[in-house]
Design a protein around this ligand. Structure first.
Ligand code: ADP
Ligand code: MG
Length: 344
């Protein structure tokens, strides 16, 4: 409660950044998501994610890629808020195919942690080592490094103690990171992903595979109970895997939806798929699914929330119908019965 006459002031820039940063990076797994998306956008073929823990918290996250790198004169610009190489104008959003476009991740991460980036485009002779802590640049020097970018994040949320305090248990954070990376590995089977926790390799995938190979490598006991799906309606295409009705989970954690390569949450799509199974699975459990939708970018609005987990579609009905039809057909092809058509 404010008791004296209020004085209204515009916040200083660093406070504004700190507040905005909290929307993009609310926990360690969001940092991993943003950095892996950057590595994917940089056309990398190998991405390594290393997580270290200390004193019950995540102490360091390092993501190394072999992508296009950042030219010397642009490294510091990359860390400014709203600085992006991916779009130029609002119109570009209509054709945007990259995972990033808001130009907020690096600025946000740098605002709440200690970041060290080493980056080298293949055209450059040398790499740049750039360190920024709490938004302040502390080092920018030439160094030697392979082509690509490595970014190390330490002391996460050092200047937002309240955030730090409310982080979930270490095990929960690591589990979230692990499942996020499994999802990326499924969605990008062409990329080799390596994932290490405290120096111990949890898994690595072989780039150049397809979704079924990756799924089998990650979830060997479920893989034999998955069937492929494919359906299209004009320019909208859905491919992926769904489980036979005998493979169900108590929660929706193994239900992956990606729109144009972007992981999204869509309760509407989950219920469409459940509807397609009809009485084959009970109401309180969920099938395992990987749904990969390709939708013309102009029909998708990913710019609803800073984390882009929610998206909106201009033709949602059409997409949901396509999903129901595609899942039904796959179940019928697997001789799982002639499904009666369920009313919506
Ligand atoms: P966005 O991804 O929305 O453009 P970011 O803050 O995540 O914004 O990154 C800012 C810019 O830095 C990107 O547009 C890109 O040009 C560059 N960048 C970030 N990470 C990488 C990377 N791993 N490899 C090459 N360039 C990168
Ligand atoms: Mg980004």
């Amino acid at each position: 409660m404010i008791e004296s006459t209020p004085v209204i002031q515009v916040l200083d820039e660093s406070t504004v950044h700190l507040i905005a940063a909290g929307e993009v990076v609310d926990r360690p797994v969001s940092i991993v998501k943003e950095l892996v998306e950057n590595a994917i956008d940089a056309a990398s073929s190998r991405i390594t994610v290393e997580v270290s823990t200390a004193h019950g918290a995540i102490s360091r996250i390092r993501i190394t890629d072999d992508g296009v790198g950042i030219p010397f004169d642009q490294v510091s610009i990359a860390f400014l808020a709203h600085a992006t190489s991916k779009i130029r104008t609002g119109d570009d959003l209509l054709s945007c195919r990259t995972l990033g476009f808001r130009g907020e991740a690096l600025a946000s991460i740098a605002a709440v942690s200690y970041v060290t980036m080493v980056t080298k485009p293949k055209e450059s002779e040398t790499a740049i080592r750039f360190r920024i802590t709490g938004g302040e640049v502390v080092e920018c020097t030439e160094t030697g490094a392979p082509n690509g970018t490595s970014i190390m994040v330490e002391e996460v949320f050092f200047n937002t103690p309240a955030r730090r305090k409310f982080l979930k248990s270490l095990q929960t954070e690591v589990t979230h990171i692990t499942s996020l990376l499994e999802s990326f590995a499924c969605l990008y089977p062409g990329i080799t992903f390596r994932y290490l926790v405290n120096g111990i390799e949890k898994y690595s995938t072989h780039g150049g595979s397809d979704l079924s190979d990756i799924f089998r490598a990650l979830y060997p006991s479920d893989a034999g109970m998955m069937i492929p799906i494919r359906g299209e309606d004009g320019n909208t295409v859905v491919t992926g895997l769904i489980s036979l009705p005998k493979l169900v989970k108590q929660n929706r954690q193994r239900f992956l939806i990606a729109v144009n390569g972007r992981l999204v949450q869509s309760p509407a799509m989950i219920s469409a798929v459940k509807r397609a199974y009809g009485s084959l699975i009970p109401g309180n459990v969920w099938p395992v699914a990987v749904l990969m939708l390709e939708i013309p970018p102009a029909e998708v609005d990913a710019n609803i929330h800073p984390t882009k987990r929610e998206v909106r579609f201009s033709a949602e009905r059409k997409i949901l119908d396509l999903l129901v039809r595609t899942v039904r057909r796959a179940l019928e092809d697997a001789d799982l019965l002639d499904l009666p058509t369920e009313p919506d």
